[in-house]
Design a protein around this ligand. Structure first.
Ligand code: UDP
Ligand code: MG
Length: 316
């Protein structure tokens, strides 16, 4: 059987506490897989996503001592999805695994991913068994979000983040997607519906802090919806239609109440409530439409997704 070169892509943003130890763990694992002839060779590709601490210096030291290490040094912080894309696009292996720098996702499971690849799957997704290491709030947010995604028809796999194996063929196809706003964990299904899964327990972050603030997570979540479906706009149209019918019904009731049934129509309180209610709906609708308009704006400018300052590679 032909043996492949494995690339492991690791996006790093201010990961000075984790980089060295994560590198050692990955190197050890890759060497053991090479010895077992599971792979022909490997490349550990670190993407420095505009870190402001000394992540890059640490990476360079590692690079200078290890021929299997490459670095893609981005000009500025471009965000996790862009950094990940940079890593996938610049990687050279036949099979490419992406994993977070903190190794919260179990790197030992990469072996199982490669086995699934040999069974014929070009896409193998790492699925976390549970979310016990997340805070209650993050768990609730994630569960509700995945339910909404499913309801509005965005393909996603529950509890799959960005720990996955992709074949070179899939990455070549991924390059054909020009969009700036990227939500890779759903975008991959636009390429290939067939996949295998590998299950693992996600550990707590050992060093450093999560780089995902609530606003970053929320922005990723909104991208997940608005990059794949215009369902929210359609729902708003439906909502608007029912609101319109409701307002006609209310007008008729008020008209008959006043002129035929001679009822005293109550005053400003109900009026204020209605104004508030419709005002709220209108603002929400504008916001949702605005989300899509802003996506058109961003995509239309067609700015590069990331800019590389330099690439360090031992030329494999
Ligand atoms: N990351 C990145 N750019 C960013 C934010 C995060 O490359 O702007 C990387 C980070 O270094 C890590 C991965 O994305 O390798 C996931 O981040 P983190 O572990 O903080 O996320 P969490 O596990 O808390 O969801
Ligand atoms: Mg993490």
């Amino acid at each position: 059987m032909k043996k492949e070169i494995l690339s492991i892509v690791v996006p790093c943003y201010n990961e000075s506490e984790t980089t060295e130890s994560s590198f050692r763990i990955l190197q050890q694992l890759c060497n053991s897989w090479k010895e077992k002839t599971l792979i022909a060779d490997y490349e550990l590709l670190f993407v420095n996503d505009g870190s402001t601490d000394d992540t890059f210096d640490i990476l360079k030291k590692i690079y200078n001592k290890n021929k299997n290490v490459s670095i893609v040094n981005l000009r500025k912080n471009s965000g996790f999805q862009a950094a990940l894309t940079a890593g996938l696009f610049e990687s050279t292996g036949d099979i490419v695994v992406s994993i977070d720098a903190d190794l919260q996702d179990d790197p030992e499971k990469i072996e199982e991913m490669i086995q699934k690849y040999h069974e014929g799957f070009e896409m193998v997704l790492g699925i976390r068994k549970d979310r016990s290491t997340d805070t209650f709030f993050k768990r609730l947010f994630a569960e509700t979000y995945y339910k909404i995604l499913r309801k509005i028809g965005v393909k996603s796999v529950y509890n799959h983040g960005d720990f996955r194996l992709l074949s070179r063929g899939i990455i070549d196809d991924l390059k054909k997607f020009p969009e700036r706003v990227r939500y890779l964990r759903s975008l991959i299904f636009e390429i290939e519906p067939r996949y295998a899964c590998v299950y693992y327990a996600r550990t707590k972050r050992k060093f450093g802090q999560s780089k995902f603030t609530f606003s970053k997570s929320l922005s990723l979540a909104i991208d997940g919806v608005t990059s794949f479906t215009a369902q929210p706009i359609r729902l708003l149209s439906v909502l608007g239609f029912f609101m319109f019918i409701l307002s006609i019904v209310c007008t008729v009731i008020v008209f008959f109440g006043k002129f035929y049934w001679h009822l005293g129509i109550p005053g400003w309180a109900s009026l204020a409530l209605i104004v508030l209610f419709f005002g709220g709906i209108q603002n929400l609708s504008l916001g949702v439409v605005g989300e899509y308009v802003s996506k058109i704006y961003i995509e239309n400018k067609a700015r590069p997704l990331y800019l590389v300052r330099d690439i360090y590679t031992h030329g494999k």
